[in-house]
Design a protein around this ligand. Structure first.
Ligand code: SF4
Length: 385
């Protein structure tokens, strides 16, 4: 069950919090353990390492995530000595809010500082009773999809579990309405940061923390095939696939990881995922690019491709960004494309652009990324499990 939202508390605004935990850029002083990103098993091990009973983890999970506290003093069901010890050796540290904007349509975007050089973005999209938080998983992205502003920024590093779960923690504290859904669709390819992302997902699903149902957490991937199979075993949340093209030559151009994992391999992995999670359809995202992938022939090819998969399709009108090499498809082309899919029995909807006046729409998130050398990007790709 979704805990009641914590009453809006002031967000920590720190112009420069210094190096983030686990980034290897510290000063040499012993790093505090950041409990914000520890799901129950790791938190239990942590308390055992302190000579404490593992049930302390349950108490602390509630304090941090369900009650939104950011220090140990209010944790009155822990003894005074333990609170003092935690204050010396541990911390509860989320990314710091650098800036915040609200769109005319109510969409909210935060720029979050994760270390002295880098910021990521987080977006909240209110829609009726639903409130969807879009979180980032990497600083930039190594995959360089042709239509994506994040890809243009280059890549710096993976976010830690604390920096990913910390986005939800911040949003719950800042909003006066519940976060009902989380989508891992912000900056980065989540499956290239598997361990941190799945630990953050554990916290999203944890009853003592946010208690979200699996179907309310969606991970979006450009198609890291081996990690899709791992996800099915480790944390089978809703899966979205950034498809964007119905054939390999076009997808090689738009989503370069297709050269490593072509469409046939990707769809086979999707079928395996769907077999392991028979109640859920897989969402295929398809950005509509004028004159590139939006013709009736493309729609027919997409129908043929997706027939064997329990699929639904989100058509995303392209959200331009400065220097983008594409234009948004005309509304008539998007409507015609959607109707062709629907007529063939594939559920397709057009996603309404949200927050595009504050550059918070799909593909527009840019953050502030100090791009690392090409070899760092290659290393990130080579790390595919
Ligand atoms: S679309 Fe996703 S995977 Fe592709 S570059 Fe952008 S953030 Fe990375």
């Amino acid at each position: 069950m979704m805990p009641q939202p914590v009453a809006a508390a002031p967000l920590p605004v720190r112009p420069d919090p210094g190096p983030a935990p686990g980034t290897g850029t510290g000063t040499g002083a012993a790093e505090r353990a950041n409990l914000l990103g520890m799901a129950r098993p790791r938190l239990e091990s942590y308390f055992e390492s302190l000579g404490e009973r593992p049930f302390r983890a349950r108490q602390v999970l509630k304090w941090i995530h369900a009650r939104g506290v950011s220090d140990f003093e209010p944790m009155t069901d822990l003894g005074r000595a333990l609170r003092a010890r935690l204050a010396e050796t541990a911390e509860i540290r989320a990314p710091a809010v650098e800036a915040h904007r609200t769109s005319a349509d109510g969409t909210r975007k935060w720029l979050l500082r994760v270390d002295s050089g880098n910021c990521v973005e987080m977006v909240f999209i209110p829609e009726g009773h639903r409130g969807t938080l879009c979180v980032s998983s990497q600083v930039g992205c190594p995959l360089d999809c042709a239509f994506c502003s994040t890809g243009r920024q280059g890549f710096n590093r993976n976010l830690s579990a604390a920096e990913i779960a910390g986005q939800l923690w911040l949003a719950v504290r800042a909003l006066d309405r519940p976060v009902t859904n989380v989508v891992l669709m912000g900056m980065g390819e989540p499956l290239l940061n598997f361990d941190a992302v799945t630990e953050a997902i554990d916290l999203m699903l944890e009853d003592l923390a946010y208690g979200l149902a699996r179907r309310r957490v969606t991970l979006s991937t450009a198609g890291v095939v081996p990690a899709i199979d791992r996800l099915a075993r480790r944390a089978p949340v809703s899966l979205a696939v950034s498809l964007h093209a119905p054939d390999d030559p076009l997808r090689d151009r738009l989503v370069p990881i297709n050269r490593k994992y072509p469409i046939a391999e990707l769809l086979a992995a999707c079928r395996r995922y769907a077999e392991a999670n028979p109640k859920q359809k897989i969402t295929f995202e398809y950005v509509m690019l004028d004159g590139v992938n939006d013709s009736p022939e493309h729609a027919r090819a997409l129908v043929a491709l997706l027939r064997p998969v329990p699929a639904k399709v989100n058509l995303i009108p392209f959200n331009p960004f400065p220097g983008a090499p594409f234009r948004r498809s005309p509304a008539a082309a998007v409507d015609g494309f959607r109707e062709r899919l629907n007529a063939a029995g594939i559920v397709a909807i057009t996603r309404r652009p949200r927050g595009d006046d504050i550059d918070a729409a799909c593909g527009q998130l840019a953050g502030e990324v100090i791009a690392r050398a090409a070899r760092v990007r290659r290393a990130a790709l080579a790390a595919v499990p």
